[in-house]
Write a protein that binds this ligand. Structure first.
Ligand SMILES: Cc1cc2nc3c(=O)[nH]c(=O)nc-3n(C[C@H](O)[C@H](O)[C@H](O)COP(=O)(O)O)c2cc1C
Ligand SMILES: [Fe+2]
Ligand SMILES: [Fe+2]
Length: 396
């Protein structure tokens, strides 16, 4: 299938309705994804990005229906990751001499993946490639989200091809942002930012400021995953600026796991205390043993504070809590507060351990945490409620 986007741009990508996990099991894709590839036709023809390797054959077959492959003058690879470069080996078997435009790091990552010495043309920010009446302008986008990432901009049509930035893992029968369910689109966009782009927020801010200062008119943003932003494309740019600015809502999220529900009862009592002290605060509870970790991370992203609980097991913590804390550590959230809680039976190390890990995650600790011997009794529940109030008081 191919879809005409504008007079000169045709979508030749792949919708992957079945995808349920991405980056191995690192990212859940409840709504599938798409790998967007674009054919740009002027006097010269450029292909921008390809698709994930399992769809390589289908991609090349489809592309042949759209154009004689020999008519493709340039291949642009904005990012070497396999979900976009994966069809290159299949394609290059047919047109081995066609130049591949990418950043210096792009040439390295593509060679690193496919071990082929294709005809690479390394480009830098501001370099231009004439297609005839229109031009492609390249903009390096280092660490958005790999060292090799870049954008390119098509003059005349005023389209930014942003690759992973501004994307979503979202398969839909539609192609444009104004055609889809807005709540679904928002949810998939914020999840994508929270789980993939958070550590690179300072790069996001700088890149957007740089792009805005170029004063290029913008009629569309063609991403490499999900929909194309055509209705007010600046809305996602402005949204990224907000998300990149240590984004927070009035939310406190409790994250816990439990063996016999004692730590869950603590969580519920702490939540009640927070609500009592600050009724306007959104309070959400997630058992990490039962919840998709990327959905939990999206809630952490939105939170001013997180309260993390685990019972002590074998002088340590439950593995789902260890796992989510490792995830949180890597994402380098800024400007968030935190505290720990949990039940124990004898040695009771979990709360101290979680508190230490939250510190390593760069969280500001509200207190030393709260632990409860065995299953909480009414007095311990009352202490949890007070603990919740203390947390609410520490969060503006
Ligand atoms: C397999 C297992 C190992 C445990 N190891 C420890 C331990 O090393 N130190 C400790 O203080 N309590 C330990 N406990 C006791 C639990 O922390 C205690 O039962 C607690 O109340 C459970 O909280 P929960 O209801 O939230 O699961 C262990 C319990 C189990 C089932
Ligand atoms: Fe990527
Ligand atoms: Fe991607």
């Amino acid at each position: 299938m191919s879809i005409r986007i504008t007079d000169s741009v045709t979508w030749v990508g792949k919708k992957d309705w079945e995808l349920r996990d991405f980056h191995g099991m690192e990212y859940s894709t409840h709504r599938g994804s798409s790998y967007n590839s674009y054919l740009v036709r002027d006097e010269k023809v450029a292909l921008i990005d390809t698709v994930w390797q399992p769809f390589a054959e289908e991609f090349v077959e489809n592309l042949k229906k759209e154009i004689d492959l020999k008519e493709i003058d340039y291949i642009i690879i904005n990012h070497g990751e396999i979900d976009h470069s994966g069809a290159l080996p299949e394609l290059m078997r047919e047109i081995p001499e066609t130049p591949i435009y990418c950043t210096r790091n792009g040439a390295r990552s593509i060679k690193g993946h496919y071990h082929q010495d294709w005809n690479f043309v390394e480009v830098k920010t501001g370099d231009r490639l004439s297609l005839g009446k229109k031009e492609l302008i390249f903009i390096e986008a280092r660490m958005l989200h790999w060292p090799d990432s870049m954008f390119c901009y098509l003059t005349g049509e005023n389209i930014l091809f942003s690759n992973d930035a501004f994307g979503q893992h979202y398969a839909t029968e539609f192609f444009f942002n104004d055609e889809v369910d807005q709540a679904e689109l928002y949810q998939e966009s914020i999840k994508y930012y929270a789980n993939i782009l958070t550590p690179f927020s300072s790069f996001v801010r700088k890149k957007i400021e740089e792009f805005v200062s170029l004063n290029l008119p913008l009629s569309m943003i063609c991403t490499s995953h999900g929909i194309i932003w055509r209705d007010n494309p600046l809305q996602i740019v402005e949204q990224y600026m907000e998300w990149a600015d240590d984004y927070q809502e009035d939310q406190i999220t409790l994250i816990y796991d439990t063996m016999w529900n004692g730590t869950r009862r603590m969580a519920e009592a702490i939540a009640a205390g927070i609500r009592e002290a600050k009724p306007e605060m959104t309070v959400k509870l997630y058992n990490t043993g039962r919840t998709d970790k990327n959905d939990v991370i999206t809630e952490v992203f939105k939170s001013k504070a997180i309260v993390v609980g685990s019972p002590t097991i074998n002088r340590g913590i439950l593995t789902s809590i260890a796992a989510i804390l490792e995830e949180i550590r890597g994402l380098e959230f800024k400007n968030k507060k935190a505290a720990a809680f949990g039940c124990y039976g004898w040695s009771g190390e979990s709360v101290k351990m979680i508190t230490g890990l939250l510190g390593e995650c760069g969280m500001t600790l509200i207190n030393d945490g709260l632990r409860t011997l065995w299953n909480p009794d009414p007095a311990s529940i009352a202490r949890c409620v007070e603990f919740g109030k203390e947390i609410a008081a520490a969060v503006d």
